[in-house]
Design a binder for this molecule. Structure first.
Ligand code: TRP
Length: 360
């Protein structure tokens, strides 16, 4: 069986470090592993409209921001097809038919949807389009016959629901769709990078993000303002590393090579942690160290982003080509789905033949 990746993001803002460790890095590694036959990366504008329907300009503008972030992080258009969801019309049609296979109560029980309804204060006036988005997401995945869906852990219930719909479809109409498997980031911190304020998760709405497009000074300011250990006041005080965001980030980003380069008085992170816990290491020192590491990671991404944005026509063409390819692939799946559901009337002469047999 072919190995196919489908994943994507809602274009509601620029991507940040949480996206980078939680999914982008993983996607680039998968792309470059050569293990996959096809890779589709979708800018989910139609899904973004399910809760931003009154703000289409925001979605439109962020389509390009997200495309720039993808390319800057190393998504390679010769290996991965980047496309715009709303332009692939077959996806809407697939969604329509899958809607028959899902109950209202099942949608309302979806933990991701439940949580997002609470966050958005929809309470009892939930737009149908929003409630429906797990079904549309199933169309995204199955429309491309995706076998692997690399996402953050918050998306697990979505993939679970997609698998249910696939099983249900295949049971009723015969084997047509492929059950996807989820690919999660390696460890817990990567799945849920906290914001610079130490709150649960880096997120645009909490205003605690480091963006991939942030300039050097902004990154430095954000790192220097990071939440550490509120009881670590004097340098000589013993400090806590648990719940200390600087150390959480160092766990994710610091390599032994970074120590050799920027903090040679310590061999590795365990060494530094031990000293910090005993007392004698200042917060400014660990923040400066983290800042150096993050600058090294983000500088090339930012520079690539700037170069690309100076040649925006080429990015536009990448999206256009990727979308054209995606349309063809999804159209093929839609035809198979319609055939399985016996709603293919004019695609072949099958229907006419049956009717001739019946009426003649
Ligand atoms: N819901 C995903 C997010 O908010 C974006 C998305 C839409 C997606 N369709 C998808 C992810 C299909 C994976 C597969 O990040």
């Amino acid at each position: 069986m072919q190995k196919v990746i489908l994943t994507g993001d809602r274009p509601t803002g620029r991507l940040h470090l949480g996206h980078y460790v939680g999914s982008l890095k993983n996607r680039v590694d998968m792309q470059n592993s050569g293990d996959f036959d096809e890779i589709f990366i979708m800018i989910a504008d139609a899904q973004a409209l399910t809760d931003n329907f009154a703000n289409p300009k925001k979605v439109r503008d962020n389509v390009m921001e997200v495309a720039l972030d993808y390319l800057a992080c190393g998504i390679d258009p010769t290996k991965s097809h980047i496309f715009i969801q709303s332009e692939v019309r077959a996806l809407t049609e697939l969604t329509f038919y899958y809607m028959n296979l899902v109950t209202l109560s099942r949608l309302q029980r979806n933990p991701t949807v439940k949580n997002e309804i609470k966050l958005r204060n929809f309470e009892t006036s939930i737009p149908v389009g929003f409630l429906n988005y797990p079904i549309s997401q199933t169309a995204d995945i199955t429309g491309f016959k995706a076998t692997h869906v690399p996402v953050g852990e918050d998306q697990l219930p979505m993939i679970e629901q997609a698998r249910e719909i696939v099983r249900s479809f295949n049971n009723i109409y015969g084997d047509t769709l492929i059950e996807p498997t989820v690919v999660l980031p390696k460890n817990e911190v990567e799945q849920r990078l906290p914001g610079i304020d130490g709150k649960a998760k880096m997120s645009k709405s909490l205003g605690n993000c480091i963006y991939l497009s942030d300039d050097e000074d902004t990154i430095t300011k954000k790192v220097m303002s990071m939440y550490t250990d509120p009881n670590h006041i004097k340098v000589s005080d013993p400090g806590q590393v648990e719940g200390n965001v600087v150390f959480t980030y160092l766990d994710v980003f610091a390599t032994d090579a970074d120590f050799a380069k920027y903090l040679p008085e310590y061999k590795n992170l365990d060494d530094l942690k031990k000293h910090y816990q005993q007392g004698g290491v200042g917060d400014v020192a660990i923040k400066k160290f983290l800042n150096n590491i993050l600058q090294d990671i983000l500088r090339p991404i930012r520079e690539r982003r700037e170069n690309l944005s100076q040649n925006i026509e080429s990015v536009y063409n990448i999206l256009k080509e990727g979308t054209k390819y995606a349309q063809q692939k999804c159209e093929k799946t839609l035809n198979e789905v319609k055939q399985a559901m016996k709603i293919d009337y004019f695609e072949s002469d099958e229907f006419l033949k049956e009717m001739i047999d019946k009426y003649h």
